[in-house]
Ligand binder design. Structure first.
Ligand SMILES: [Zn+2]
Length: 382
């Protein structure tokens, strides 16, 4: 029976993981990473992670696997430190599933696996860049440059997350957004910390499902896959278990963010994410709420409410109580002053844009009525 390692390699092979290596060698990608290194003054010959994309023989996929294993080991160290561990080390896979999801599962031989879709991390990354354009570090950051630009960028990321990056949507946003974004190193660094913090929280939540034994008693349900592909097993869970995984995940997340246990990243001399990004779980739930409340109902008219997962708003209320007790003092003030107004406005303009796009589509359909049209068939779906 297939082991966890073999299972993750199989998923990688089915989801064109090798394409990432092709992208990693492309002129655009190498150029962008050289530019980023220049911005931060990084000397790749001295870097603990070894040579970057511009070096001969560099493999993006190998880098991704190494990063996944390090996050896993560091989060497991924190769980051991808090004595929250009652399971063997799972295999982590960052795979371009295109499902914008993360889940805890098991390999056919029963070994623990955590899978995260690369695209979910991209979503975190883009919305974090947008947020950092508005303001960073609460009180002491530079003033916003152009909030409208930033919000449009965040909206693009939101639509893209929900599978709405069809040509029409992209054209609309391109016509609205004309200026490039800031390359201020503080902003870029802060955005990177925020998206990394959201990633760490999601990974800690999935590890918590394993740690709490949520996969022990449930029957796996096969997910619909293309013909001939290895089945992907998901385990339906109760809302209660989701809250329990949030709570356990939050504790692990904060332990990591505050460096409570010895972490590989610290041994390598790499800094912990900015303390203000300890509010990342709240931002994650806010972004999820925009997708749940505004975008999905607009694109799937009779979209059913998830029965396994509580609404993101409810999860945020519970998480906030936990965070208030334990996170860094500047994290909640950053969230209240910068992140919250950002996501509120982001939610508003997402709704406005969806309404306008729907009106435009209706008007176009009416024009086409006599000859019939296929516009409705092109409705985006996640
Ligand atoms: Zn969960």
């Amino acid at each position: 029976m297939m082991t966890a390692e073999e299972y993750v390699r199989q998923l990688e092979a089915e989801h064109d993981m090798d394409l990432l290596d092709v992208v990693g060698r492309s002129e655009e990608f190498v150029g962008a990473s050289l530019e980023t290194d220049r911005l931060f003054g990084v000397d790749r010959s001295q870097h603990p992670d070894g040579p970057g994309p511009s070096a001969a023989g560099y493999s993006f996929v190998e880098g991704t696997r190494k990063a996944a294993a390090e996050y896993r080991d560091d989060l497991m160290s924190v769980m051991k430190y808090y004595a929250m561990l009652a399971f063997s080390s799972p295999v982590f896979g960052f795979i371009p599933l295109l499902e914008f999801n993360a889940f805890a599962t098991r390999a056919p031989n029963g070994e623990a696996v955590c899978v995260l879709d690369n695209f979910l991390f991209n979503y975190f990354h883009y919305t974090s860049i947008a947020l950092s354009e508005c303001t960073i570090r609460g009180e002491d950051g530079p003033p916003p440059t152009d909030q409208k630009e930033a919000l449009l960028y965040g909206m693009f990321a939101t639509f893209w997350f929900c599978g709405m990056d069809d040509p029409e949507c992209v054209r609309y946003l391109r016509s609205e957004r004309k200026r490039p974004f800031s390359v201020d190193p503080d902003r870029v660094w802060f955005a990177g910390c925020m998206s990394e913090a959201m990633l760490i929280f999601v990974l800690a939540h999935e590890l918590a499902h394993h740690s709490l034994g949520h996969l022990n008693q449930l029957q796996p349900r096969k997910l619909f896959r293309k013909k001939g592909a290895e089945p992907l097993y998901v385990y339906s869970r109760s809302q209660q278990e989701e809250f329990a995984a949030d709570s356990c995940g939050l504790r692990t997340f904060l332990g990591y963010m505050q460096g409570d246990a010895p972490l590989i990243r610290c041994q390598k001399g790499l800094a912990l994410p900015h303390a203000a990004t300890q509010c990342a779980p709240l931002l994650f739930f806010d972004l999820l709420a925009i997708a749940e409340e505004a975008v999905l109902p607009a694109i799937i008219p009779d979209c059913a409410v998830s029965r396994s997962h509580p609404p993101a708003r409810d999860r945020a209320i519970v998480a906030r109580k936990d965070l208030e007790a334990r996170c860094a003092s500047d994290a909640l003030s950053y969230y209240n002053q910068a992140a919250l107004p950002f996501v509120e406005e982001l939610g508003d303009i997402v709704v406005e844009t969806l309404t306008r796009m729907a009106e435009q589509a209706r008007a176009r359909n009416q024009c086409r009525q006599p000859g019939g049209g296929d516009a409705e068939d092109r409705a985006p779906h996640p």
